[in-house]
Design a protein around this ligand. Structure first.
Ligand SMILES: [Fe+2]
Ligand SMILES: [Fe+2]
Length: 383
């Protein structure tokens, strides 16, 4: 097994010690008038909680051994499309990039929006780091070519967001993150499930916001949203690639692995729900109801994942939304407990944690909705 073990420097930097939870940090920044420093921005990006984007490492040799021969008819056109680089000139500011008056932005909105940008930048960069490492370690031409192309896209995405942050006087130190952020080891199959889902849900999130703002342009409070359409097509293609990688081995989507797929679907959906509810001002400014948005993104993502997973979560089940709401409430209790500290805080945290776990179990126990997986996997963006 060949596990990446990035060097961790023994700096005096303690990412979470000063501010505690991300939520506390955001509200502190908001109170101060939304002037997050570069150091704080990097600290937010450094955080590893259940709700923040992580960096991953895996068994690169196992991934390098994949053969795409029997899916070549679907593989080659996807690679050709990525090689043609449809978004080559897209991630550049042009005349559509309207000036943002950061100082005039309502402080709570500004803090939440900056948190959104930092967390998106970290998530994009996390993909970049993982894909680049696979390209570097591999010898399999198909695999290294794919991961090189995906790393190219994610580097652009992260860079573009960092550029937007720079206008607000903030910079996430991506080099520092690469060296210092904790890497979570996932077996290749877990990388497939987690990354496939994050690419497809990323597509669904970006396109839902994009379409909503297309219909309600007066709510577009920052130009970055105009870039989301072509942007999410990159994520769509990345998702397609992971669907094909999973298709190379039918065992990955059958038998006991169905439980893992169900687990990842439940975890990814519920994390997104809880995380989005932490940004009420951001969603209010966009004119987006978080529950509507969450459910809309789940619907789109579920439709897409039918291409490779043999079932979808029953997101219309009567227990679905109530359990998500309980989980969100429990996560607020945990955050309150963390902030309060002491024995009372500890008890609050423990009770909140137990409630969140129970809500997760309740979601996980909802029976799935089965369907026949199509013979041809490839899809085109249609939303
Ligand atoms: Fe991306
Ligand atoms: Fe991506």
């Amino acid at each position: 097994m060949n596990v990446q073990n990035p060097k961790r420097l023994n700096g005096n930097h303690s990412p979470t010690s000063r501010h505690g939870t991300n939520e506390n940090q955001i509200s502190e920044i908001a109170k101060r008038g939304a002037a997050a420093s570069n150091e704080e921005a990097t600290e937010i990006a450094m955080q590893d909680t259940l709700l923040t984007p992580r960096f991953y490492t895996t068994d690169f040799d196992e991934m390098d051994a994949i053969s795409v021969e029997h899916i070549r008819n679907e593989w080659d056109p996807l690679i050709a499309e990525m090689e043609s680089d449809p978004n080559k000139g897209h991630f550049k500011k042009n005349e559509n990039w309207d000036k943002t008056d950061w100082d005039a932005m309502e402080p709570k909105l500004k803090a939440e929006f900056i948190d959104f940008l930092i967390s998106s930048c970290t998530a994009e960069f996390s993909g970049c780091v993982l894909y680049k490492e696979m390209k570097r370690r591999g010898n399999n031409d198909d695999i290294t070519q794919l991961f090189g192309l995906m790393a190219r896209d994610e580097a652009r995405h992260a860079g573009f967001i960092n550029d937007a942050l720079r206008e607000a006087g903030i910079k996430v130190n991506l080099g520092f993150l690469t060296q210092q952020k904790k890497y979570t080891y996932f077996r290749p199959k877990f990388i497939y499930y987690a990354t496939y889902l994050s690419e497809k849900i990323g597509y669904a999130r970006y396109i839902t916001i994009y379409r909503h703002l297309q219909a309600n342009p007066e709510l577009r409070f920052h130009p970055i949203f105009k870039w989301f359409e072509e942007w999410c097509n990159d994520e769509f293609r990345h998702g397609e690639a992971f669907a094909l990688l999973m298709k190379t081995d039918p065992k990955l989507t059958s038998g006991v692995n169905e439980w893992w797929i169900k687990f990842f679907l439940t975890a990814v959906y519920s994390t997104m729900w809880v995380r989005d509810h932490q940004r009420p001002a951001f969603h209010a400014a966009l004119g987006v109801d978080e529950e509507w948005y969450g459910q809309e993104v789940f619907t789109k993502t579920s439709e897409l994942t039918k291409q490779i997973f043999p079932f979808t979560l029953d997101i219309e089940h009567p227990r679905w939304k109530p359990a998500l709401r309980r989980m969100e409430k429990a996560s607020r209790q945990v955050a309150r407990g963390k902030k309060a500290g002491g024995v009372g805080g500890f008890v609050d945290r423990a009770i909140g944690g137990a409630k969140a776990a129970m809500a997760f179990v309740s979601l996980f126990m909802i029976p799935v909705v089965r369907h026949d997986v199509p013979v041809t996997t490839r899809l085109e963006p249609a939303y």
